[in-house]
Design a protein around this ligand. Structure first.
Ligand SMILES: Nc1ncnc2c1ncn2[C@@H]1O[C@H](COP(=O)(O)OP(=O)(O)OP(=O)(O)O)[C@@H](O)[C@H]1O
Length: 225
């Protein structure tokens, strides 16, 4: 099976303080893996490593078989990984849902000098359908609920057509109904795109229901179930 993410002996931290110790982890293409851990275990630091927002002290990071350790091929890396951070709130833009999602493709096929193409708009429509936001496509983003905003954030990450999706605590502050809709969205995404999803969670019950596999991060060390 093809490997989407492979971490080998990853050691990372902030200055003198080591936060992740010798992490080995493989996520396969099409797999949904959840990293479960208490506050301060190092989950976000692991994401920063995968996204190369923080340098690696020891070890290697491979994305789709390619060594991206310490900033190698950063532009390529960003095109392969969609990231939905915990606190990012795209609902604050005074624009409609369609435009907010379309803007996720900024810098890929269009920019200041090049207008969005028919293909950009087609992909945007497709993703809106998959995340269940088509009926709200002309709605002002600021009027979305927490769950709808979270699905908008996922759509903005997906519209760049990555192979890997990183989700940081997507269900925080969501009620049960919104959580269920989000789960359906994630299931649709997997079926449609054979994406690898790596999710950070505090919620064991939810993680167990939705993912193929769970690993535990405890004080910067990784354990399998
Ligand atoms: N920018 C930073 N500089 C120094 N130390 C940091 C920095 N960011 C995080 N840390 C420390 O690294 C450790 C791991 O933090 P991290 O945010 O990765 O944990 P987490 O598992 O994501 O926690 P949470 O569930 O609370 O988001 C913590 O002890 C934290 O204080």
């Amino acid at each position: 099976m093809e490997k989407a993410i492979e971490l080998k002996g990853l050691t990372m931290g902030y200055g003198e303080s080591i936060v992740l110790h010798n992490i080995d982890l493989t996520v396969y293409l099409g797999e949904f893996l959840t990293i479960f851990g208490e506050n301060g275990a190092g989950k976000t630091t692991l994401f920063k490593g995968i996204l190369q927002l923080l340098p690696v002290q020891r070890g290697k990071i491979y994305i789709l078989g390619k060594d991206v350790t310490n900033g190698k091929d950063k532009t390529w890396l960003r095109s392969q990984i969609g990231y939905v951070p915990q606190k990012y709130n795209s609902g604050n833009f005074p624009i409609c849902v369609f435009d907010a999602v379309l803007l996720g493709r900024w810098g890929t096929s269009f920019s200041y000098l090049k207008k969005p193409s028919k293909e950009d708009k087609r992909i945007t429509e497709e993703i809106l359908e998959i995340v269940g936001l088509t009926p709200l496509k002309y709605q002002d983003c600021r009027k979305l609920s927490g769950g709808q905003t979270q699905r908008l954030n996922i759509a903005r990450a997906l519209v760049r057509q990555p192979k890997i999706l990183l989700l940081d605590e997507p269900t925080t502050h969501l009620d049960i109904d919104s959580q269920r809709l989000l789960d359906e969205t994630l299931e649709n995404i997997r079926q449609q795109y054979n994406l690898s999803i790596l999710m950070i969670s505090h919620n064991q019950h939810h993680a167990r229901r939705i993912s193929d596999r769970i690993v535990y991060l405890e004080k910067g060390r990784l354990f399998n179930e």
